[in-house]
Design a binder for this molecule. Structure first.
Ligand SMILES: [Zn+2]
Length: 369
């Protein structure tokens, strides 16, 4: 299996796995898969992301850094509706798929250079990267917004990462994390192509858990786009290699406050709120750097976008919990969108649907009432 990393704008290849943007023009990089997905090459006894190790050829076996992530339960919720419990990953979110692949690919290069990794995040990605850095005995510096607090922030610190608080907006935090400094390797989960590439494993898993019959529809929350783009990449690979017959319809779910993709996809004007205060607090990318790529990819696979309001999210979050699925409010955005489509008969009870429950409810700061 061969994978090429190329610039999404100028098309030039990137020959260094450590690059997080195009060395020629500075635009985002993406991976291109050049060979076949072959079910015979799955390591069937391995119940983690690494059962697909042959499809991530840039990692060496001896460098694989794993906490047992992936192969999460696909639970039947109703007649034709399934939940993919990404909340069951080791640090509590789907981000572990990106971290395990990225850290496994880069740890040797970073260690040889005597360096450390830097990342910007206040939430699940920061916690995940901090955990995998610790597992690989790599030093990590996580840049967070100044006002950050709560269980995710504590989790990052418990894993032993150095935390740097930055005043200003989310872009300022990213800028600080990227500033060149001796020994620093920026591995930001939004930009680094290998993080996104790790998410591809989620598509393989859903297809395999359905015995290589893809569902009709997949609902997932979208903020910066790593989940959306990774899942699309994986399913496209399976379609191209004739492993599944057709691409499931990918439905990108956003909050009213943070919905740049929804608006762009529907050709509507979007004005970001001055301050995001949605209960879906993991979805904060009002100006995501990968927006154009998301719009293009979602269009190419004939997907759709949907937006839900705060009261719909709150209701979905509570309903999920009452039905024994305790996820973070941001994950409930996908369930709220699914319910909206059921109500307006965009889909029916017969539509075979997967809703990706991205993160655990144990990290929420909400109080029950
Ligand atoms: Zn370029």
């Amino acid at each position: 299996m061969k994978i090429e990393i190329k610039c999404t704008a100028c098309g030039q290849p990137s020959n260094n796995l450590l690059n997080f943007k195009c060395p020629h023009c500075g635009q985002p990089l993406d991976t291109e898969l050049h060979s076949d997905f072959d079910t015979q090459k799955i390591q069937k006894n391995n119940h983690s992301v690494w059962r697909y190790t042959n499809f991530f050829p840039y990692t060496k076996e001896k460098n694989i850094t794993t906490l047992g992530e992936g192969w999460t339960p696909l639970v039947k919720f109703s007649k034709n509706t399934y939940f993919k419990l990404e909340s069951m990953n080791p640090t509590g979110s789907f981000k572990d798929r990106g971290s395990t692949v990225l850290i496994s690919a880069l740890r040797e290069l970073v260690k040889k250079a005597g360096g450390y990794i830097s990342e910007d995040s206040s939430g699940n990605a920061g916690a995940s990267m901090a955990a995998y850095a610790a597992r690989a005995s790599l030093k990590a510096k996580i840049y967070v917004p100044k006002n950050v607090s709560g269980p995710k922030f504590n989790q990052i610190r418990f894993y032993g990462a150095k935390v740097v608080k930055v005043s200003g907006n989310r872009n300022k935090v990213a800028e600080e994390a990227q500033k060149p400094e001796k020994g620093r390797f920026y591995v930001g989960h939004i930009l680094h192509p290998l993080f996104r590439d790790g998410i591809r494993s989620l598509a393989y898993e859903i297809a395999e858990q359905f015995d290589w019959e893809a569902p009709d529809c997949i609902y997932l929350p979208v903020s910066a786009g790593t989940l959306l783009l990774g899942v699309i990449s994986g399913f496209r690979h399976l379609v191209k290699c004739n492993i599944i017959e057709a691409m499931p319809e990918i439905v990108a779910c956003q909050t009213r406050q943070v919905s740049p993709l929804y608006h762009r996809f529907k050709n509507l004007p979007y004005e970001a709120p001055e301050r995001v205060n949605s209960i879906a607090d993991a979805l904060v990318s009002v100006n995501p750097p990968l927006l154009e790529i998301m719009v293009r990819s979602l269009g190419e696979v004939k997907g759709d976008a949907v937006m839900v309001a705060e009261d719909e999210i709150a209701r979905a979050f509570k309903e999920l919990a009452r039905k024994s699925f305790f996820v973070e409010p941001s994950s409930a955005v996908a369930y709220a969108a699914y319910q909206k489509h059921l109500q307006n008969e965009r889909i029916s009870e017969d539509t075979k649907t997967v809703i990706i429950l991205t993160g655990t409810g144990l990290k929420t700061t909400l109080k029950p009432n």
